[in-house]
Design a protein around this ligand. Structure first.
Ligand code: SF4
Length: 374
């Protein structure tokens, strides 16, 4: 298959692996953060970690939108869903994410009207088909998904559909990267830049990472060869002592971004002064809310939202994992109290969560290895 087979070619992968080993200075330890949860999963799914020399360490970043959402926002959304006539609509990824009193799916089992949708337009269709109900779409995601939410809100306005609103949890990628770089306990040598988000925002917003922080960043695709090539590009820069933004994923990511998508976002959304991130605390101008002109479709303006603040269970170390301070398997609950079947934190639920990636690939691989030794 075009754009897949050539990026999984064993010989090309072997050459990239050898080049990484050649470029990695044995006297150095490289800490490279992959910002995107999709990259984390690809790295484990394709066993890429096993191809890297020990001194090239991959640090998993905060690029999983479900994982960084604090528990209180889920409880806030469910509080609105408890109001008469409300249908709670969200992507499947959200359904098993625990709130303080259970996940949306558990609330559905208790009688709440919770529906899975595959796009914001599905939620709008639900509103169109249920004129006597109110459909609240629990919107989540980085700049990757925010444009489709914006376009749906514009469609609702154009069609005059007012029994529909958006509980907006869209976040932006640059502020958490800044927060991580500002954290005193974090030392990084470079970044694998997020592939999906960059299809919308392009590469220019990362320039400051190179110019101000002196760190190279390579926007990467998701196939094995994409990621290995990106590491080669990073290591070449590090060997040469340069720091630039490079675009390995140019077949998909335009350098200047997607102007139509950015335009839709600018039309509907504005930056919130502050938004809470799991593990990173409150970060200024890091999330989106609806502009005043779209207040009719803003759940937070139309309903009483309690503004719940809940701390994660004491033993859960989701925050440290999200900041890249701990590896998932170093969390005290990993694989014991917290598993994909019984998740304690969102990182174990989401398809982009690093704990789920470790559990589904590394942990099971290790368990199989141990079983074969018995
Ligand atoms: S193992 Fe569970 S509790 Fe621990 S960091 Fe991961 S999701 Fe959070």
């Amino acid at each position: 298959m075009r754009f897949v087979d050539e990026f999984r070619d064993p010989e090309a992968i072997g050459r990239a692996r050898d080049e990484i080993r050649r470029l990695a200075d044995p006297k150095r330890h490289y800490r490279i953060m992959e910002v995107c949860g999709g990259h984390t999963h690809a790295i484990f799914r394709f066993g890429l970690k096993d191809l890297l020399p020990d001194n090239v360490e991959l640090i998993h970043g905060p690029g999983c939108p479900v994982c960084v959402l604090p528990m209180g926002r889920i409880d806030d959304g469910l509080a609105v869903a408890r109001q008469p006539g409300v249908i709670f609509a969200a992507f499947g990824d959200m359904m098993r994410v625990p709130g303080a009193h259970g996940s949306p799916l558990e609330h559905k089992a208790r009688g709440l009207d919770v529906r899975i949708v595959y796009s914001p337009l599905d939620a709008l269709k639900l509103a169109r088909n249920n004129p006597d109900r109110h459909v609240m779409f629990f919107a989540i995601g980085f700049e990757t998904t925010a444009p489709s939410t914006a376009l749906t809100i514009m469609r609702a306005r154009a069609e005059g559909i007012t029994n529909f609103s958006v509980f907006c949890n869209h976040v932006t990628i640059i502020p958490p990267i800044k927060a991580i770089l500002d954290s005193p306990d974090m030392r990084l040598d470079g970044f694998l830049g997020p592939g999906h988000v960059s299809t919308v925002i392009g590469c220019e917003p990362y320039e400051w990472i190179a110019s101000r922080e002196g760190l190279p960043i390579v926007v990467s695709g998701f196939e094995p060869l994409d990621l290995l090539q990106s590491l080669v590009m990073l290591l070449r820069q590090l060997q040469a002592g340069t720091a630039r933004v490079e675009n390995q994923y140019a077949r998909v990511v335009p350098w200047e971004g997607n102007r139509a998508a950015l335009g839709a976002m600018a039309e509907v959304f504005e930056l919130r002064p502050f938004f809470e991130w799991r593990g990173l605390g409150f970060i200024s101008q890091s999330a989106l809310r609806l502009r005043e002109e779209y207040a009719t479709w803003d759940t937070e303006r139309r309903f009483e939202v309690p503004g719940v603040r809940v701390t994660d269970p004491k033993a859960a170390q989701c925050g440290e994992v999200l900041k890249g301070v701990l590896k998932p398997s170093q969390c005290k609950l990993f694989g014991r109290e917290c598993t994909p079947e019984h998740p304690v934190g969102a990182l174990m639920v989401s398809s982009e969560g690093s704990c789920a990636a470790y559990h589904n690939y590394e942990h099971r691989k290790q368990a199989a290895r141990e079983a074969s030794l018995v």
